[in-house]
Design a protein around this ligand. Structure first.
Ligand SMILES: Nc1ncnc2c1ncn2[C@@H]1O[C@H](COP(=O)(O)OP(=O)(O)OP(=O)(O)O)[C@@H](O)[C@H]1O
Ligand SMILES: [Mg+2]
Length: 412
């Protein structure tokens, strides 16, 4: 798709580098330095980009004016934020920009954003739905599933389990595994995977088109070198309240449309957004630690959720041995929990800490460790065991969670 782009900037160096970067995929770029000239000619272009303007005018004011004038109101606008400041990006989105890209950016990211914003515009003009990338590339939709990792208590290994499971899933479903960080206040997935997100869930939920179209939704993911796609949590706790249960509902619906396996780090906060996650997940993995009060808390919660019918899928309890010694017997743990432990992870402070500090999860950084082996066993339970014989594959566990759901929380 080749576009005619009108760029407003007073920065000559930025004009040169943007013209070169956008010229490479074949877009034509016209540069103007004066906003009045931009307003007069914008209607003839397929996309407007606003970089820098001479004070006291602001980029947000230019975008607002484009939106106010009927002749330019519908043109896709990509605004360029000069810094990583979240307030600046949000104010640009609020002024009416369709997309905001933050400096510095690489040409590949710029090209992807330009294509996304233009595609969105064309979709809004066309009444006929265009087949999504997902439906073209992914097989049987019944094989798709959502796996949430949640614990009512923090610091028990939720993020560790979610990131490792997602990396194992990505080995099996290359390019079609998505990890979403839904620990809305304190999400640490980006840090566990050593990613530096420029956009994530917060930007996604502000884009109504992306919440309704799978291929626009995909433009908000970050690519981990393993092939895993990631949507990161808001950058600071203050933004968590901007994400509603309705947003989560739409995010999960699009995720399932666009990806084969969706893994959620659901954190430890129980609210109406979490109830949406529970009701949409095929499997909820609950890490527990060998500590009676914490086990009692999980038991109480599971009782309550069972009574209200809040969960639709199966639940898998993982005992995470975060203490050096076994102070409790497994039967005591299962009694306090009121359910069976499916899997357990060994105590290994160095391996876990190294993984978290270096941003390289265990299954990649210490693949031969006992912890990595147990995480792979857990993945076999959750995702289905990988097998080479066609007969066994056909009967494999990967299709089972939907057919053979155990009772709520796998209770005994
Ligand atoms: N089996 C284990 N042995 C030793 N240390 C562990 C083990 N599992 C996790 N840890 C350590 O516990 C800490 C918490 O892990 P993680 O961040 O995965 O938990 P979380 O439940 O997501 O925490 P938060 O509530 O802060 O999001 C990390 O420092 C991790 O290295
Ligand atoms: Mg966490």
């Amino acid at each position: 798709m080749q576009l005619s782009i009108l760029l407003l900037t007073i920065d000559r160096a930025a004009a040169d580098s943007l013209t070169t970067a956008l010229g490479r995929p074949g877009h034509g770029v016209t540069v103007v330095t004066d906003a009045v000239e931009l307003f007069a000619t914008a209607a003839g272009y397929s996309l407007v980009m606003v970089d820098r303007v001479a004070p006291p005018l602001t980029v947000a004011a230019v975008v607002e004016e484009l939106r106010r004038d009927e002749a330019t109101a519908k043109i896709p606008v990509l605004a360029i934020a000069q810094s990583d400041d979240l307030e600046e990006r949000i104010s640009l989105l609020e002024s009416g920009a369709d997309e905001v890209i933050t400096k510095p950016f690489d040409p590949v990211e710029l090209e992807a954003r330009v294509e996304a914003v233009s595609l969105r515009f064309q979709r809004s003009l066309s009444a006929t739905p265009v087949p999504t990338l997902a439906s073209a590339s992914i097989g049987d939709p019944n094989a798709r599933r959502i796996i949430a990792v949640f614990s009512p208590k923090g610091g028990v290994g939720t993020t560790t389990i979610a990131t490792n499971l997602a990396l194992i899933a990505a080995e099996r479903h290359a390019k079609s595994t998505l990890l979403i960080d839904l620990d809305l206040s304190f999400g640490q997935v980006a840090s566990h995977l050593n990613l530096q997100p420029k956009q994530g869930l917060l930007e996604l939920v502000r884009d109504d088109s992306a919440l309704h179209e799978a291929d626009l939704f995909r433009t908000y993911t970050i690519h981990h070198p393993s092939g895993l796609q990631v949507i990161t949590a808001p950058p600071t706790p203050g933004f968590a309240s901007l994400i509603t249960a309705e947003h989560i509902e739409l995010v999960l619906a699009r995720a399932l449309e666009a990806y084969e396996v969706v893994i959620l780090d659901a954190g430890a906060t129980l609210d109406d957004r979490m109830l949406v996650i529970f009701s949409r997940s095929d499997t909820v993995v609950v890490p527990v630690v060998p500590e009676i009060p914490a086990l009692n808390a999980v038991h109480l919660l599971t009782d309550q959720l069972s009574e209200t019918g809040a969960m639709g899928g199966q639940t898998i309890y993982v005992l995470n041995n975060t203490f050096a010694r076994d102070l409790l017997r497994r039967t005591d743990i299962e009694t306090a929990l009121g359910a069976t432990i499916t899997s357990d992870l060994p105590y290994d402070p160095l391996a876990y800490l190294k993984a978290a500090n270096e941003g390289v999860p265990l299954v990649i950084g210490s693949p031969k460790s006992a912890a990595a082996t147990r995480l792979r066993d857990l993945a076999d339970t959750v995702l289905g065991k990988v097998t080479t014989t066609p007969v066994a594959a056909a009967a494999g566990a990967s299709a089972e969670p939907r057919k053979e759901r155990r009772g709520l929380f796998g209770r005994r």
